[in-house]
Structure formats: C-alpha cells, structure tokens
Ligand binder design. Structure first.
Ligand SMILES: [Zn+2]
Length: 108
C-alpha cells in the first residue's frame, strides 16, 4: 500500500502543516491519535490529543511522525480519541491523492 501512495507526493510537507490539516498523530506504538490542538512555539509545537496526552514535537520534515503518516505505518486508531470513521477513511484513501495541494502530487 505504501509504495502505491509514494507516487503521489513529490516534496515533503512541513510536519506542523501536515498535522494541522489531518489532525492525526501516530504514536510510536502504531496507534493513531486524534489531535485536539496544536500550539506552535517557534520550532516546537505542543500537541494535545483527544485522549488527553500532551507532548512537544519539532517541526521536522523528516521526523518519525511525518514519515509514519506519509507511509501510513499505523496499526489502529486510539479508542479514547474516538476518531470519526470518515476521517480515518479520508486519511487512508485520499489524503495523498486529492485533497492537499499540488505539491503533494507527482505528475508524470
Ligand atoms: Zn488517543
């Protein structure tokens, strides 16, 4: 699945921008959390999930989270975050193909 999707983006999008758009966060254990808020603080951002976790992240294009989101290396959604089905559906099917601008697409 990930190889299929790789065709659709050309350059890497900033992590904060990405998170701000999709409002999803992949934890290290492969669980997808819903993001309640992102508060930018220079090169950091403080992320709060719907299940009440708060942590700081760096705005790196090559961070683990950005990579995981692009490659969809998540195993299941967080139960406590209650991510709506449509959002998961949108993420899994159309995120890199239609909705987020031409810089995510690879046309050749
Ligand atoms: Zn959660």
């Amino acid at each position: 699945m990930s190889n299929e999707n790789k065709r659709y983006y050309r350059k890497q999008i900033e992590l904060f921008l990405l998170l701000d758009k999709i409002k999803l966060w992949p934890s290290r254990t492969g669980i997808l959390h819903g993001i309640r808020s992102i508060e930018k603080k220079g090169d950091f951002a403080e992320v709060t999930t719907h299940c009440g976790k708060t942590f700081q992240i760096y705005n790196s294009r090559n961070s683990r989270a950005a990579r995981w989101l692009r490659n969809k290396w998540v195993s299941r959604p967080c139960k406590d975050c209650r991510i709506p089905e449509w959002k998961l559906e949108k993420y899994s099917t159309t995120f890199f193909t239609q909705h987020y601008g031409s810089d995510l697409r690879h046309k050749d």
